[in-house]
Design a protein around this ligand. Structure first.
Ligand code: GLN
Length: 483
């Protein structure tokens, strides 16, 4: 049951072969048995899940239907959930129970999806390995000594281990695509503005975007359908109709032009490159044409991102001051002491590093040299993508430079850690939609290929991904012990 797609589960629910409550109990049993070794879920919501499942069953008995009605999911703990702890992986919010739901959460709830719990994540979504969480690292179900990727590592690991039918995540610089690649699932990051950010705890507001973890591109289409769309509560959400993503799947790929991102193949591990080329051969068999495309400014995306994102985070995280909500230190002697110790004790090392970098690049005297320069390069990168999409429909490359690495291997070396994001950050800087798909194995660990499209090309990315998954079965592999 836990390896079935959302579509297959929905059929079983519609045919009354199973109830949502039974399905929910199946996943909850797996969660309590398998999660202790994985540390993927930090707040299981057992009673709430069973109540939501029973409600979904009642809705179905009353004649309602829908692709997500009664389907169990796990939310990244960055999404505010009414009445449920929303920690963002931080001691700062360890005691925070949100008084309201994020739009993503309320939309999926209205569609009838059942929340099983909240997943572990890098603290405030800052990280590439899920090792910066206050709640400890998440383990990769393919090898428990390896990281699952980050920052949405808990959602990715939970889905790969069959603890839910799908999961949510956020992607500021790769945090959906990178963990999806390292755990062998599909990770979809929509265009900036396609999905509401309301109630999603902010890291870098001009880059953050909510998206999905699913077993297939078809499932991603189903979930995105429910999540996407204009939200008056988010001023950056785009007022533009949401296409019928699922209905558009299955269009022939004949004539599709795929560009190989030349910069992504330079210095790439041969085995990784071979997997992408094998995937390209499949796309060609399906009728797509391929050519090389160069984005000359793309190699600057890591340094650009690591100026812009910390700058925005230093501003966003100033609200955590020990006064209104979240962690407060014991016995502050005055207001300054309250601020200093609450933030000093509430935030972990990586978050402090980002806040300090961000404050520095925004400070008078350094602003022009760092922040303004980074914004200019961001524009150049965006222009590079725009030019590329004049000649191709989408770009292809690897999602990550290597498969999952050992827990602890990079945690003391921030620069090496930041370089994991080299292939994912460009899409965030330019606000583009992108998807990571399982495409094979290196050292018995899953690897991902990435497709990046022009703004609002969610439908054609999903269609290309779906076409590839009709002729390959990498996305159907499950880690040993979790089948
Ligand atoms: N790894 C990147 C970072 O640490 C991206 C994180 C994200 O997408 N939330 O900032």
């Amino acid at each position: 049951m836990h390896t079935l797609s959302i579509g297959e589960l929905a059929q079983k629910l519609a045919a009354k072969q199973i109830s949502s409550l039974e399905l929910t109990d199946h996943f909850l049993e797996r969660l309590s048995r398998l999660n202790p070794a994985l540390n993927a879920v930090i707040t299981p919501t057992v009673d709430l899940a069973r109540a939501q499942a029973a409600a979904a069953d009642r809705r179905r008995s009353a004649g309602e239907s829908g692709p997500l009605l009664g389907i169990p999911l796990i939310h990244k703990d960055i999404f505010c959930t009414e009445g449920v702890r929303t920690s963002c992986g931080s001691r700062m919010l360890d005691n925070f129970v949100s008084p309201y739901d994020a739009t993503v959460v309320s939309r999926l709830r209205c569609a009838g999806a059942v929340m099983l719990g909240k997943s572990n994540m890098d603290e405030f979504a800052m990280g590439s390995s899920n090792e910066t969480s206050y709640y400890g690292p998440v383990k990769n179900p393919w090898d428990l000594t390896k990281v699952p990727g980050g920052s949405s590592g808990g959602s990715a690991a939970a889905l790969a281990a069959g603890l839910a039918a799908f999961a949510t995540g956020t992607d500021t610089g790769g945090s959906i695509r990178q963990p999806a690649a390292l755990t062998g699932v599909v990770g979809f990051k929509p265009t900036y503005g396609r999905v509401s950010r309301y109630g999603m705890i902010a890291f870098a507001s001009s880059l953050d975007q909510a998206g999905t973890f699913t077993r297939s591109a078809q499932d991603a289409a189903i979930v995105l359908q429910a999540m996407a769309g204009f939200d008056p509560k988010d001023s950056t959400s785009v007022d533009r109709p949401v296409p019928d993503y699922q209905g558009l799947l299955g269009a022939p790929l004949k004539g599709l032009k795929i560009g190989l991102l030349q910069e992504f193949f330079e210095g790439l591990d041969e085995r990784n490159g071979a997997l992408i080329h094998a995937a390209l051969a499949e796309f060609r068999k399906l009728g797509a044409t391929t050519c090389e495309v160069s984005l000359p400014n793309l190699p600057l995306s890591v340094p650009t991102y690591y100026v812009v994102a910390p700058a925005e985070c230093s501003s966003n995280l100033s609200r955590f001051d020990g006064v209104r909500f979240g962690y407060r230190c014991e016995d502050p002697k005055d207001l300054m002491d309250l601020y200093k110790r609450s933030r000093g004790e509430g935030f972990g090392a990586e978050v402090k590093r980002r806040i300090m970098t961000g404050t520095y690049v925004l400070s008078a005297g350094y602003y022009d040299a760092y922040y303004l320069k980074a914004q200019k390069i961001r524009q150049l990168i965006t222009d590079d993508f725009r030019r590329a999409f004049e000649s191709v429909d989408m770009l292809i490359g690897p999602t990550t430079p290597t498969p999952a690495f050992a827990i602890g291997a990079k945690v003391d070396d921030p620069i090496t850690m930041y370089l994991n994001d080299i292939y994912t950050i460009g899409a965030n800087l330019a606000g583009l939609p992108a998807v990571s798909l399982p495409c094979g194995f290196v050292d018995s660990l899953p690897m991902g290929l990435q497709l990046v499209g022009p703004h609002f090309a969610e439908d054609s990315l999903l269609n290309a991904a779906h076409g590839y998954q009709q002729v390959t079965d990498w996305h159907r592999r499950t880690p040993a012990g979790y089948a």
